[in-house]
Ligand binder design. Structure first.
Ligand SMILES: Nc1ncnc2c1ncn2[C@@H]1O[C@H](COP(=O)(O)OP(=O)(O)O)[C@@H](O)[C@H]1O
Ligand SMILES: [Mg+2]
Length: 398
């Protein structure tokens, strides 16, 4: 048996793995200086006890929204000397309703809130009380599109300003979904969208720089070949421009090299890591989907695996399924699970969302083929989708 001595003295290609973690906030955030300074400008009135305009930030996953806001919060904390202003971060993936968010915001100020059982009116009153002492509150709602009753939340927070005498409440909403604006009702949309800012996906060149900065801090000297960084940047920009993906790619590639006992990380390692990282991300996406979406996905994977009955007959390219046969399979699966299938209107909505997440692609069939219909093709390998979804739905691995 090896001792810890032996294990720890083994040379590693990593100098500091935490630097490669998605939660790490680097000191410099290249290509986001302008965004950071604009956001700081919008929020700066809070530090003079005036109410900042509300702000919405949107951009795809991995464009640096969360780490920029965390950076700005550090600056804000460093600057605000008295208690005249506060900036609070709420992760709406976890706190996903008006009630939970208010409870989260007030928890630090109202000790009784640790015990639950208080109604919304009580929370609201506490919010007014707190702000009325003269506090300018900036509330950051990260992943704001996850909030179930967002219209109500925005209404509550905005309305509170009418009742607060000295202080105020401002909202910074951050969203990964571009389409989420349309889902809001017009009143909350216009309050939330007083200021808008977009984080564009990173280009290959930008990703390369971001990666190089992390390579220096995360890996031992001369371990990572430039070709590996270039490939990781190129693959990522092709797929999404998601910096998190690029970082994961390098991290996994490092694991691969290390497992093979090499002190060099090459572009081949990046290539081998690609499949694993894609599978990891697919898993994350699929596991957070609501059940009905997963059933639809299951239906698509199982028909893809057994082969479409119609595709060949109709001369459609293999891998493409007809919307109707998928719906039938979806109904069958619902029956097996003793769930009530939703109507086709909902089913189309599920398809849309799966498409937006990149799990499937849908295309209209054009005229001639069984009338007008939608063709569906699965993105990731159907076998791996099966492996992820089946235990979620049926509870056991077959
Ligand atoms: N401009 C940048 N410079 C350095 N690292 C970045 C930059 N943008 C993003 N990252 C890194 O990419 C990862 C994802 O960023 P994050 O802020 O979580 O994205 P988002 O919130 O937009 O999904 C984090 O590990 C972060 O440190
Ligand atoms: Mg984020």
């Amino acid at each position: 048996m090896p001792g810890f001595d032996q294990i720890l003295s083994k040379r590693s290609i990593f100098k500091d793995v935490t630097v490669l973690s998605p939660h790490f906030v680097p000191k410099d955030l290249p290509f986001r200086e302008r965004h950071i300074s604009e956001i700081m400008t919008v929020l700066s009135p809070a530090l003079k006890c005036q109410k900042p305009r509300n702000l919405i930030i949107y951009g795809k996953t991995g464009t640096g929204k969360t780490c920029c806001i965390k950076k700005i919060m550090e600056e804000f904390e460093g600057y605000r000397k008295d208690k005249g202003s506060s900036m609070q971060y709420v992760n709406c993936r976890i706190y996903n309703s008006r009630y939970r968010i208010l409870q989260r915001i007030l928890r630090d100020y109202v000790p009784e809130l640790d015990k639950s059982g208080f109604g919304l009116p009580f929370l609201y009153e506490k919010l007014i009380e707190l702000a009325s002492t003269g506090v300018q509150m900036v509330i950051v709602l990260d992943e704001v599109d996850m909030v179930k009753d967002l219209d109500e939340l925005v209404y509550t927070l905005t309305r509170s300003n009418d009742e607060i005498k000295k202080g105020g409440v401002s909202i910074v909403g951050i969203s990964n979904k571009l389409s989420f604006k349309d889902a809001l009702d017009p009143r909350s949309r216009s309050s939330l969208y007083e200021t808008e800012m977009i984080f564009e996906p990173y280009t290959a060149e930008q990703l390369q720089k971001i990666l190089l900065q992390r390579v220096d801090a995360g890996f031992e000297k001369n371990v990572v070949e430039p070709a590996a960084v270039n490939l990781a940047a190129a693959i990522t920009s092709q797929e999404s421009g998601d910096a998190r993906f690029a970082l994961k790619l390098l991290n996994k590639a490092g694991d691969v090299a290390e497992q093979e006992g090499r002190m060099k990380l090459t572009d081949h390692d990046v290539e081998s890591a690609r499949k694993m990282v894609e599978l990891d991300l697919t898993m994350e996406t699929v596991n957070t989907l609501p059940e009905m979406h997963q059933i639809v996905l299951y239906a698509i994977a199982s028909i893809t695996l057994t082969g479409s009955k119609y595709s060949r007959l109709e001369g459609v390219e293999s891998g493409f399924l007809f919307s109707g046969e998928v719906y039938e399979e979806y109904e069958n699966t619902c029956k097996k699970l003793r769930k009530r299938p939703r109507s086709t209107r909902w089913y189309k909505e599920y398809l849309n969302e799966l498409d937006m997440l990149g799990l499937i692609t849908t295309t209209p069939s054009g005229k001639g083929i069984r009338g007008q219909t939608t063709l569906i093709k699965m993105g990731p390998s159907p076998a791996s989708i099966m492996e992820i979804v089946r235990p979620n739905l049926f509870g056991v691995k077959e």
